[in-house]
Design a protein around this ligand. Sequence first.
Ligand SMILES: NC(=O)c1ccc[n+]([C@@H]2O[C@H](COP(=O)([O-])OP(=O)(O)OC[C@H]3O[C@@H](n4cnc5c(N)ncnc54)[C@H](OP(=O)(O)O)[C@@H]3O)[C@@H](O)[C@H]2O)c1
Length: 271
Amino acid sequence: MKISQNTIKRLKSTYEEWVLITGATSGIGKELAIKFGEAGFKLIITGRREQELENLSTYLFDLFKTETIPVKGDLSKTEHIHSLLEEIDHLNVGIAILNAGYGTSGRFAHSDLVRETNMLDLNCKSVLVMSHYFANKMKQQPKRGALVLLSSMVGFQGVPNAANYAATKAYVQSLGEALAHELKADGIDVLTAAPGPVNSGFAQRANMKMDMTLSTEDVAIPIINAIGKKSRILPGFLTKFLVYNLRMTPRWAKVLIMGKVMGGFTKHQLN
Ligand SMILES: NC(=O)c1ccc[n+]([C@@H]2O[C@H](COP(=O)([O-])OP(=O)(O)OC[C@H]3O[C@@H](n4cnc5c(N)ncnc54)[C@H](OP(=O)(O)O)[C@@H]3O)[C@@H](O)[C@H]2O)c1
């Protein structure tokens, strides 16, 4: 499915011409890069895997003549975030999609603390540093700016067996909701996208076996359509069910429900 011509026209007339997508080497980020490339935007794409970045740049150029700047870097490292921001500082980024992230799962007490703190640095600290940069940069640009933050259905309550991952996404969700209000007057639209399970590289990295997964397109298209129109989207049945149908359910009960869901995603770890 393509982005509609109306949406392309709206986004191009509202925002500056460059789109930044962090974590574009696979999954949701890669899908977003393809959709924006097809729609004629200029792209800055990031990831740690240089070859994947090169392959995507070549693919986008061959198919759509997309102008792409690939930037290799590990965004859990502050110095890599700063070198990315220095490299693109001369460009007017209209839409910044802070998508790079990963999850962990299993019993918290048995987890690898280095991997857990690294996840906190990537999922939260990099989003904080980059949001702060764009909150200041975009307000000086002639056109509006948009920030898109990737939250998750796990970000609305505690989640046993993915305690730290869910906490990182609660941070992202909360930050995005507040910034959507605060930055509007500065000409910056903020969108949080909180998908349910998605078929991407995520599950393997997180050691989860997820069912009822969405395709990356099921997430990318609603994100693009919602930029500048909404401040939150919940792609997928599961996340809508949790947020809307269970809105009167006490938080402790939601923790139990999500514990059951995550228990299903991680039961292979007990074998
Ligand atoms: N899949 C789901 O079920 C789901 C549901 C809700 C929310 N989300 C969120 O959606 C976002 C995208 O996930 P996805 O499903 O597309 O997963 P994915 O296919 O694993 O993609 C993750 C992307 O993040 C990049 N990345 C990982 N670690 C990085 C690091 N240290 N520095 C820089 N880039 C890094 C990866 O690139 P390199 O490996 O090349 O670095 C990759 O491009 C994440 O924030 C995730 O939490 C996913």
